[in-house]
Design a protein around this ligand. Structure first.
Ligand SMILES: Nc1ncnc2c1ncn2[C@@H]1O[C@H](COP(=O)(O)OP(=O)(O)OP(=O)(O)O)[C@@H](O)[C@H]1O
Length: 729
């Protein structure tokens, strides 16, 4: 492989080589093989032996064909082997894997149909006419062979009666025209039904995904979900728009055509049905195989999409570490896996087509011979036999088409199952199903008590244990803490000690494994997300901004209260504009006057993730977000981490002003100097998920053997009675 790349480089860089026919041929071969192997990457090179021994004797096109055929055969063998393993496992009483025969597929389709109808909310005004046009169109198309064979018989027999041929041609013309009208209407209506299904399913899926708990997003890559949202949902729409539509039409045509066949010549018709039965069985086997392939392909596309999404979202890191070729190779490799499977699909389709067409051809030959025998014996008139042959073709074509589409429907069943499972997924962290009257009364009473008694904790952690799904040890262990009205609490500790996990618990991103956390005496689990969000506001460590204007980012989540007269779209009133402007000035990111050195405006767009602003500026926007809201509880996660000392001063002032409007504040910080400048009255020191110290910052500083005084000392901070230095260590 290395040699091939080296030689290829030499060949491609040599102008002379490109003019040498043999070398040009080798260069092409090498390019093909080196790219194949590069794509295969660390996995078993598929045609290593082939490429080394036969590389020179085949053209690249032949090699590609051989390669995909080999892969196809290997895949078939693997599938048979894996089936055998499953059967063996079943003997060992392991649970039976889902097996979809025709009946089971219909049952599953029916389940999917019910889910679809429920999710999509179909209106009969669309489906009733669509099905009516389908039946009418199928009937018209089944009458066409009758008139067609009449025309041919008239022409072949030199029919003397003009009336007869005119009637036959008129019949053919009118039925064809009607069939065209019905088919057009049917096609359009089913198309609309498919797009509506896509729209409804996508919107519902998107919403339900957003409702999922934080742990779900820890485990699932975004690209994977995007693939479900786009590729898989598209498949559902396609099934309704085209495949089900075509299958139903062809089924209707098959039924009408079969009726004509039985009327013309019942005995021969039964022979034809026998052959069609064989073709249907072949289609069933192929359909099952296609379903397995399609499911795997969807998975591969989803993985590939996850690779692409990650490389785009980390594009700066990719560039900084020169990872373009690594990412591109990773994506190419994932796409190559999909490509190989698609080639298997193509060969499976080709094999199915070949076998079913061969059976049909044999059937046609048999029927033609039988017709000839019957015709020679004079038992049936020639015109009837012609008509019979036309209908045989018609019915065979219909059954063939049903077979083709059946496989596509099967593959869509797999895709739709994934989508429906995600739509139906119930988030593990969610609003209480119903805020009962009793609970409401308890809350109201509790709030009254809290209002009357300021000493009751605003936030209370009781024996709180938090564990992440992927972690063996809990991030927080039996944490007990009260935060009262007026408290300004700093959570400190070494990296990974669980500081941010405490904030995430108050935001109810994760539910505790044991113990609980209450806000104003109400367990967070009993609170609705909207109520929680109206009371608690967070300034994150790395604030992520939306690709919207500054104002929209600051007011994110607050409903618009005015209408823009020029565009007719919803907007914020002047009252909000003034509030945002003030909040931004307080946060040190003024959009007015001389302080506005960046020339910002409220409507300045901040780009994807706020990339047009610096880290510190993004943090100020996040602080402005909290300033306009007057929250009860302010959570700060390293609010000054991205700031220089001068900006820190401005932001500290902004935070002081924000804190004056809140009931309590909880801040995670590594920069212990901020604790003094913000007048923090309580420090909580965490070590490996446990609270090891709680108390007044100055008192803790004086505890010479305490973790807090140790952390402070590392930053050059000493008790205020002695020499105090705020300079970083
Ligand atoms: N989403 C997550 N999934 C799994 N484990 C997590 C997750 N978030 C945090 N952890 C783990 O939980 C532990 C505590 O993490 P946490 O972010 O609370 O620490 P921290 O004290 O805030 O750290 P730092 O100061 O470095 O931000 C760490 O060991 C971390 O690996």
């Amino acid at each position: 492989y290395t040699q091939s790349i080296g030689v290829r480089r030499e060949l491609s860089s040599s102008a002379a080589a490109t003019h040498h026919p043999t070398l040009r041929h080798h260069s092409r071969n090498l390019r093909h093989f080196s790219s194949c192997r590069r794509r295969i990457g660390g996995r078993e090179p598929l045609l290593q032996s082939l490429s080394s021994s036969n590389g020179d004797s085949f053209t690249p096109k032949t090699q590609t064909v051989i390669q995909s055929l080999t892969y196809f055969l290997r895949f078939v063998v693997q599938t048979i082997q894996s089936r055998r393993v499953i059967e063996e496992r079943q003997d060992g009483h392991e649970p039976e894997p889902p097996k979809l025969g025709i009946r089971a597929s219909f049952r599953k389709l029916n389940d999917s149909r019910k889910s679809l109808i429920r999710l999509v909310g179909y209106d009969s005004s669309l489906l009733v006419p669509a099905f009516s046009f389908l039946v009418l169109g199928a009937f018209m198309s089944s009458v066409i062979p009758h008139y067609y064979s009449s025309c041919i018989s008239c022409v072949a027999a030199g029919e003397p009666s003009r009336e007869k041929i005119v009637m036959a041609i008129a019949g053919l013309g009118i039925t064809t025209l009607l069939e065209a009208i019905f088919t057009g209407c049917r096609g359009a209506l089913f198309w609309i039904a498919g797009t509506r299904a896509n729209y409804n399913v996508r919107v519902k899926l998107h919403r339900n995904l957003l409702l999922q708990e934080a742990a779900f997003f820890d485990e699932t890559e975004t690209g994977f979900l995007l693939s479900r949202l786009n590729n898989d949902v598209n498949k559902i729409g396609m099934v309704i728009s085209f495949h089900v539509n075509i299958v139903l039409r062809q089924l209707a045509q098959f039924i009408f055509g079969s009726a004509f066949l039985l009327r013309i010549q019942p005995k021969l018709a039964l022979v034809a049905f026998g052959g069609i039965g064989v073709v249907a069985w072949i289609s069933k086997v192929y359909g099952e195989f296609a379903r397995v392939l399609a499911e795997r392909l969807q998975e591969l596309f989803a993985k590939s999409s996850a690779v692409a999404e990650t490389s785009f979202s980390l594009s700066e890191t990719v560039r900084a570490f020169d990872g373009v070729s690594i990412e591109s190779d990773r994506y190419e490799s994932s796409q190559y896996d999909a490509l190989q499977l698609e080639e298997v699909q193509a060969w499976a389709y080709g094999s199915h087509k070949f076998v079913s067409d061969a059976v049909q051809a044999a059937l046609q030959c048999l029927l033609l011979f039988s017709c000839w025998t019957l015709g020679r014996a004079g038992s049936i008139p020639a015109a009837r036999l012609t008509s019979f042959l036309f209908y045989t073709n018609y019915v065979l074509e219909s059954s063939n088409e049903v077979g083709d589409q059946w496989a596509k429907i099967q593959s869509a069943i797999g895709a739709s199952t994934n989508v429906f499972d995600l739509i139906r997924r119930i988030p593990k962290v969610r609003d209480p199903l119903e805020v009962t009257n009793t609970l409401r009364e308890v809350n109201a009473a509790q709030n009254l008590i809290n209002g009357a008694n300021d000493h009751r904790p605003v936030i209370k952690f009781s024996d709180l244990t938090v564990a992440y799904g992927t972690m063996e040890k809990p991030a927080l262990k039996k944490v007990n803490l009260d935060i009262s009205r007026g408290d300004k609490v700093a959570i400190v500790g070494r990296s990974g000690s669980g500081k941010s996990s405490m904030l995430r618990t108050v935001l109810r991103f994760y539910d505790p494994l044991a113990g609980n956390c209450t806000l104003d005496g109400v367990d967070l689990k009993a609170m609705k997300r909207s109520d929680l969000a109206s009371k608690v506001v967070v300034v994150e460590q790395e604030p992520h901004l939306f690709p919207m204007s500054l104002m929209d980012n600051v007011l994110y989540g607050i409903e618009m209260d005015a209408v823009d007269e020029s565009t007719g779209e919803k907007s914020y009133s002047d009252k909000f504009r003034v509030a945002v402007s003030e909040a931004l000035s307080l946060a040190g990111l003024s959009v007015t006057g001389e302080d506005n050195q960046l020339g910002l405006e409220l409507d300045t767009r901040v780009g994807e993730g706020g990339r047009t602003l610096s880290g510190g500026q993004r943090q100020r926007v996040a602080i402005a977000r909290s300033l306009v809201r007057y929250p009860d509880v302010l959570l700060l996660d390293e609010p000054t981490a991205a700031l220089d000392s001068q900006s820190e001063k401005v932001v500290v002032e902004a935070l002081e002003s924000a804190m004056s409007k809140t009931r309590c504040m909880l801040m995670v910080t590594h920069r212990l100097g901020v604790i003094r400048s913000l007048g923090i009255n309580k420090v909580v020191v965490l070590d490996r998920g446990k609270i090891v110290e709680v108390g007044d910052p100055e008192e803790l500083l004086r505890k010479a053997d305490g973790l807090y005084s140790q952390l402070a000392l590392e930053q050059g901070i000493r008790p205020s009675s002695t020499n105090v230095s705020l300079s970083p260590a």
